[in-house]
Design a protein around this ligand. Structure first.
Ligand code: GLA
Length: 386
């Protein structure tokens, strides 16, 4: 939708013009999965699609949330801004308001808010982080709180923890806040130091394949993985004090891995330690122009997420395995939390049509769902549009 149409919808809904328009993107992670909450590296990039937020100060003591993607209109009075709603899409922006209140910022008057997004929902491309970060970015601007992008990402992450009840890492919100056109973000999730690495690939595109099987990133399976990693850290602490699994090299891990007596926690830890190494190696390969090696590491990442981390499932496995069969595919893996959602692939220009055709057909024949393919455009992070 064009911004002018969004403004029109705002006026229709609230009877007044919007005073400002903000945008924050979804993301795709190229490699480094389930490493962020383990203090490891990730390598995501912001996408050109994302979430818009239109806003006006309303002179009242309440905030109104509307979305063109959701029928439910939510009105929250100032005294309720820190209370999670039982079941509502508005928990994402409300959770961000709550964080501002908890940090001691005060509101002189309320806001009328309208949201619209074009990140496919439940595709694992961070529609929720885009919504959280656009809200944080807008409030920061409206209140003049002067927080930097990293702080805004942290606010979004906290909102996700407390209002969506997912104990996520920082990757999604960080990518949405700090993305840069044609770059991926090599982020150390422990220190939050990051480097922007160009991903303008000669004759190669980043293709996102949507399994259309909802990624079901509920508090259940995801939080369970977070807990399993914590258990692995606890058991390793009997032989070596560490805070995060990512502190261990593969060689160090091999020496002490027997201390993890829980077999599930052991597999999870093995994935994390290997994935951190793969991410470092992949970024080095990309910088050196060795795209073939980058692709092999993507494939290895998928295998590890399938066998050790167990977050893929038949949809993502079929999508990746069918992609691997195509000659012009440099690498392919699941991206995001897993359990459905999307894969990300590097595909040579001349193989893209064949990719869509063959992978699409094979996937549909096996899974009985028609997939979608998008050529990723790597865009900028959160911004004021007007
Ligand atoms: C989800 C979470 C992220 C990250 C990924 C897996 O997208 O929100 O913090 O853990 O899963 O890499």
């Amino acid at each position: 939708m064009e911004v002018s149409e969004l403004k029109k919808s705002f006026k229709e809904a609230y009877g007044q013009e919007a005073e400002a328009v903000y945008f924050s993107p979804g993301r795709v992670n190229l490699i480094g999965e389930h490493t962020d909450y383990n203090g490891g590296f990730v390598f995501p990039c912001a996408l050109s699609f994302g979430t818009y937020l239109l806003i006006r100060k309303n002179g009242e003591k309440f905030v109104q949330f509307r979305s063109l993607n959701q029928p439910e209109v939510v009105k929250v009075t100032f005294d309720k801004l820190t209370e999670r709603l039982e079941k509502s899409w508005a928990n994402y922006p409300l959770g961000v308001f709550a964080q501002f209140v908890k940090r001691g910022y005060t509101f002189e008057q309320g806001f009328d808010i309208m949201i619209w997004g074009d990140v496919p929902n439940g595709a694992g491309l961070s529609s929720s982080a885009a919504l959280e970060v656009v809200t944080a970015y807008a409030l920061n601007d409206q209140l003049g709180t002067g927080l930097n992008r990293t702080e805004l990402a942290k606010i979004g992450q906290k909102a996700e923890h407390e209002f969506a009840l997912v104990n996520c890492g920082i990757m999604d919100q960080f990518a949405s806040a700090n993305g840069k056109k044609d770059h991926a973000i090599f982020l150390n999730c422990d220190t939050l130091d990051f480097e922007l690495v160009p991903v303008k690939l000669e004759g190669v595109k980043v293709v996102i394949s949507n399994t259309h099987s909802p990624h079901k990133l509920d508090s259940g399976a995801y939080n369970q993985r977070v807990a399993e990693c914590k258990l692995a850290v606890e058991q390793l602490n009997k032989v070596r004090p560490i805070k995060y699994l990512a502190e261990l090299t593969e060689a160090e891990f091999e020496k002490i891995e027997d201390a993890i007596t829980d077999p599930i926690a052991h597999k999870r830890a093995r994935h994390v330690v290997g994935e951190v190494q793969r991410t470092t190696d992949a970024v080095k390969a990309l910088k050196e122009g060795d795209i073939e090696l980058f692709g092999k590491l993507m494939n290895a990442s998928h295998v590890s997420l399938r066998d050790d981390y167990e977050v893929t499932g038949p949809e993502l496995d079929t999508m990746a395995e069918e992609a691997w069969k195509i000659e012009g595919v440099i690498g392919s893996r699941m991206t995001g939390g897993g359990f459905g959602g999307c894969t990300v692939s590097l595909v040579k220009d001349e193989a893209i049509e064949e990719f869509k055709e063959k992978v699409g057909k094979a996937y549909e024949a096996k899974i009985n769902i028609k997939p979608d393919f998008y050529i990723a455009e790597i865009g900028n992070g959160a911004m004021k549009v007007e």
